[in-house]
Write a protein that binds this ligand. Sequence first.
Ligand SMILES: Nc1ncnc2c1ncn2[C@@H]1O[C@H](COP(=O)(O)OP(=O)(O)OP(=O)(O)O)[C@@H](O)[C@H]1O
Ligand SMILES: [Mg+2]
Length: 238
Amino acid sequence: MIEVENLTVRFGGVTSLAAMSVTFQPGTCGLIGPNGAGKTTFFNVLSGFVRPAAGTVRAFGSDLLSIVHFRRARWGVRRTFQTEQAIEELSVYDNVAMVHEHAKVTGSSRRADVLGAISFTGLQADPAARAGTLAAGERRLLEVARAVVGRPKLVLLDEPAAGLPDAETGHLAEVIRKIPEHIGALTILVDHDMSLVSACCETTAVLDFGKLIAAGPTAEVLRDEQVIRAYLGTAEQP
Ligand SMILES: Nc1ncnc2c1ncn2[C@@H]1O[C@H](COP(=O)(O)OP(=O)(O)OP(=O)(O)O)[C@@H](O)[C@H]1O
Ligand SMILES: [Mg+2]
């Protein structure tokens, strides 16, 4: 369980997160909101890129913010970025193995873990192929493989389906839904595709201008009037 209390982030005069308090339960949780709402900033706080002005984050009983940022991967935080991070010149295998190197994994073989993470995503590419030769959808799966390798506790996915055609988003949804059960990690999904969020997330939280405006079962949250006004638009503005 991730318990966020009073989390506040400021960049100069901009308040990107304004006293955000929310709890994420084990499973796949959605985090949605308009552009600039603070979703990526929240991920940046959890992964240690940004230091908040105030607030606490307890993750499975640990004070996450007290863990120095370069030890968070070893502790078990993984994330994907809105822009892909795979290194084109390296093989699929090495792109995943380099993340595994930062993980605290004992009693298992790196090779089995890396190949297991690749096959978990359903990525059909040859592990020896250069990442640069992969198609867009395959690269997205490679990003997910990098996020799930090495038994993470917390997986943060930042718009993993952006730009994908519907058929590939459907497969990605199946993979994301399986992460908590098969990998054992609490997963937070940020995406603007509400069909993906609905398909993957039992619960969803909503940010607007850095403030939490709703949280709860996904179907209820997507019917919430304030959420519709702030983000989803009215029936007249699909
Ligand atoms: N490093 C930074 N320096 C200054 N301002 C920042 C920084 N990072 C984020 N912001 C500002 O904080 C606000 C929240 O940005 P953030 O990237 O978290 O939004 P988001 O919800 O991820 O949006 P999107 O859906 O477009 O990805 C924005 O106003 C943004 O300009
Ligand atoms: Mg963002």
